[in-house]
Write a protein that binds this ligand. Structure first.
Ligand code: GLV
Ligand code: GLV
Length: 329
């Protein structure tokens, strides 16, 4: 079998690399630095490759595909999301694109989402900072009063694998679950007693709104000024989906005006910047009722290994003439 070349754009867990390297007919090159290559550099490095294993931080467009050459067979994206890849361009060129929606990633992201929900409701991060700073001098009936989740309403925007797992965590905590999605899921409603609501009603009735939709033209700024106006003024908003699903400037305004109870986010509108307003980089970070994590919702040892194996397996399958399990194009 002729040698096939695989280019991995940044270091990923070894489990995936080992799987690829087990095949003698594969020449695997891992760009060794934890940085994103410039477009120019990327075009140079992908030349002559049969597979690119990319990260969500790599913007892969038609130009890069052409720079690789007509033998490029597959782009395996090490992520669930694939908004960083020009799917139309891939389709036109007959290139397969895969993602890594392993059960593990959904479980990790759902747990992380729920951790953020609890942290907002119980003011964990604020209280931690206060305590560390040596400010605790005695029990006080009104110190850091938060909100109980039990009996409160969770509104899920998007009912994919992750949304469903968040629902199951919420039910364990005695929350009432409602959801909005473009498709209704009668079995889910039967299993969980969750209510299906219109987007507007969901926003108006939820104490916690959690976002689980992909980034598409139709979901960009789904949470904007108009949507925020519909929400309860003490409600919490949680975004572990994609940054641009939320108009962060509108959220900032709502938080300043006390029209929103809190905001937790793992993804940022202008990622990797945590604030789109470059004149005042840390505006969101100044607010005590904002919790941010650096896009680490899937960052567990187990999940990141599983993602690496899944991405590698897609490449092996495509080389063996099989359709990879998670082809999105
Ligand atoms: C992470 O954000 C992913 O899409 O896997
Ligand atoms: C709190 O510590 C209590 O005992 O109520």
């Amino acid at each position: 079998m002729p040698i096939k070349k695989v280019f991995v754009t940044r270091p990923i867990p070894q489990a995936g690399i080992d799987l690829l390297k087990k095949k003698k007919e594969l020449q695997v090159t891992v760009q060794p630095k934890p940085i994103n290559l410039s477009k120019k550099e990327m075009k140079k490095r992908v030349k002559g490759t049969d597979a690119i294993l990319s990260l969500l931080t790599n913007n892969i467009d038609g130009e890069i595909m052409d720079a690789a050459g007509p033998q490029l067979k597959i782009i395996a994206n090490y992520a669930v999301g694939f908004d960083n890849i020009d799917l139309e361009a891939a389709k036109k060129r007959g290139i397969i694109v895969t993602n890594t929606p392993s059960p593990e990633i959904s479980e990790s992201v759902a747990e992380h989402t729920f951790a953020l929900i609890i942290a907002l409701a119980h003011r964990i991060v604020e209280a931690d900072k206060f305590t560390r700073a040596g400010n605790y001098h005695g029990w006080d009936p009104k110190l850091f009063l938060g909100h109980d989740l039990v009996g409160s309403n969770l509104g899920l925007v998007g009912l994919g694998r992750i949304g469903k797992l968040v629902a199951s965590h919420a039910l364990c905590f005695g929350m009432k679950v409602a959801y909005f999605d473009k498709m209704r899921d009668p079995q889910f409603e039967k299993d969980t007693n969750a209510r299906y609501l219109s987007f507007e009603k969901l926003l108006a009735q939820s104490d916690v709104v959690s976002l689980h939709v992909p980034l598409l033209p139709s979901t960009r700024h789904l949470i904007n000024t108009k949507a925020l106006r519909l929400m309860k003024k003490n409600a919490f908003l949680v975004n572990t989906a994609r940054g641009p699903v939320v108009d962060e400037t509108a959220v900032l305004k709502a938080l300043y005006a006390k029209k929103l109870g809190g905001f937790a986010l793992d993804v940022f509108e202008c990622e990797p910047a945590i604030d789109c307003d470059t004149t005042d980089q840390y505006e969101l970070a100044k607010l005590p009722n904002v919790i941010m994590t650096p896009h680490t919702a899937s960052a567990t040892v187990r999940t990141r290994d599983a993602m690496a194996i899944l991405a590698a397996q897609g490449i092996l399958d495509s080389f063996a003439g099989k359709k990879p399990a998670h082809a999105v194009v």
